[in-house]
Design a protein around this ligand. Structure first.
Ligand SMILES: O=C(O)c1ccccc1N[C@@H]1O[C@H](COP(=O)(O)O)[C@@H](O)[C@H]1O
Length: 206
């Protein structure tokens, strides 16, 4: 069964609402330029999560920032910038979701292989000046290839309740990652879109 991650949580009520759904991962953005940046609320928000694994998302962080998130209870660290495999090893690759952003249908399979021992690989859409939360899909042929090579793939970028079943059928990823596709506005989740997402997902579990 495909795993589900909802990312970009910053409101307490959204976490409490999501606690009642069969959600596998919740993601928290620690990137100051994002409208989803949780800032000093991280500890409080992580504490509210009941069952889902807690993923803290950084863009080119310092080791100290990552260590602080782990000390606050993060289960996994999502590296969404240009971090090196050496940096990942220093944290512990088993705790890293490494992001690759797909640009112009190009993909560096050699660079991918350097992260083969990471917890997972997350594939997202490249948009200049926007590190994530783009709401845009990319060429899933690349994702299919990465899946076929045996990588544990989180498929991100422009997934929403309407295209989630097609994405799962097409790519067969390990997990689906959704941020803006279930929002009312950046940083605020929409309960109706979340209900629709999980209603649609029930169709593949029947
Ligand atoms: O959401 C953000 O603002 C963000 C900022 C910095 C790094 C990553 C960010 N979000 C990640 O974007 C993808 C997919 O987003 P979407 O579903 O296309 O809106 C997801 O992995 C988030 O973790």
């Amino acid at each position: 069964m495909v795993k589900i991650k909802i990312c970009g949580l910053k409101e307490e009520e959204d976490i409490m609402f999501l606690n009642d759904f069969p959600l596998d991962y919740m993601g928290f953005i620690m990137y100051p330029k994002s409208p989803r940046y949780v800032s000093d609320k991280l500890k409080k928000l992580l504490f509210l999560v009941k069952k889902a694994k807690k993923v803290v998302v950084f863009v080119n962080p310092s080791y100290e920032e990552v260590k602080n998130a782990l000390d606050l209870g993060a289960d996994l660290i999502q590296l969404h910038g240009e971090e090196t495999p050496q940096f990942g090893k220093k944290i512990g690759l088993e705790r890293i979701i490494k992001v690759f952003k797909i640009k112009d249908n190009l993909f560096d399979f050699k660079e991918l292989s350097l992260w083969k021992n990471a917890y997972a690989i997350l594939l997202d859409t490249y948009i200049k000046g926007l590190p994530g939360g783009t709401g845009r899909t990319f060429n899933w042929d690349i994702a299919k290839k990465v899946v076929s090579l045996g990588y544990k793939v989180f498929l991100a970028g422009g997934i929403n309740p309407d295209n989630v079943l097609f994405a799962i059928k097409e790519v067969s990823p390990y997990a689906i990652d959704i941020a803006s596709g279930v929002e009312l506005y950046p940083g605020k989740k929409d309960p109706e879109k979340i209900k629709k997402l999980f209603d649609n997902l029930k169709m593949i579990s029947c």
